[in-house]
Design a protein around this ligand. Structure first.
Ligand SMILES: [Zn+2]
Length: 93
C-alpha cells in the first residue's frame, strides 16, 4: 500500500505529464504527442515551440464548435478564453 504522499505525488505526476498544458489533449496517445514534452502537436510548431495565444484561442474555439455545431463564434471564443485561463500554459494570474 502506498503512503498518501506517494499517492499524491503519483497523481500530480500523472496529471501534469500526460496532458497538454495548453489544451488538455492526452499525450499518451500518439495522435497528440508532438516534439514538445508538455504540449500536444496541435499546440506547438514542428520544433516544439508553443504557438501564439491567438492561434490556440481560435483553435480551441473551433474545437468547441466541432462538439456543438450550433455554437456561435462569439460564445465559442468566450468559452475558449475561460478554458485557457484554467490551463497552466495560459493562466494570467
Ligand atoms: Zn495542446
Amino acid at each position: 500500500m502506498f503512503c498518501l504522499i506517494e499517492q499524491i505525488t503519483l497523481l500530480k505526476g500523472f496529471t501534469m505529464e500526460k496532458y497538454c498544458h495548453s489544451c488538455t489533449a492526452p499525450l499518451d496517445m500518439p495522435d497528440f504527442k508532438g516534439p514538445a514534452e508538455n504540449y500536444c502537436k496541435y499546440c506547438t510548431d514542428e520544433s516544439g515551440n508553443l504557438k501564439s495565444r491567438e492561434v490556440i484561442h481560435k483553435g480551441i474555439a473551433d474545437w468547441f464548435k466541432s462538439w456543438q455545431p450550433g455554437l456561435d463564434d462569439q460564445k465559442a471564443l468566450k468559452r475558449a478564453t475561460d478554458f485557457m485561463n484554467a490551463m497552466p500554459a495560459w493562466a494570467q494570474d
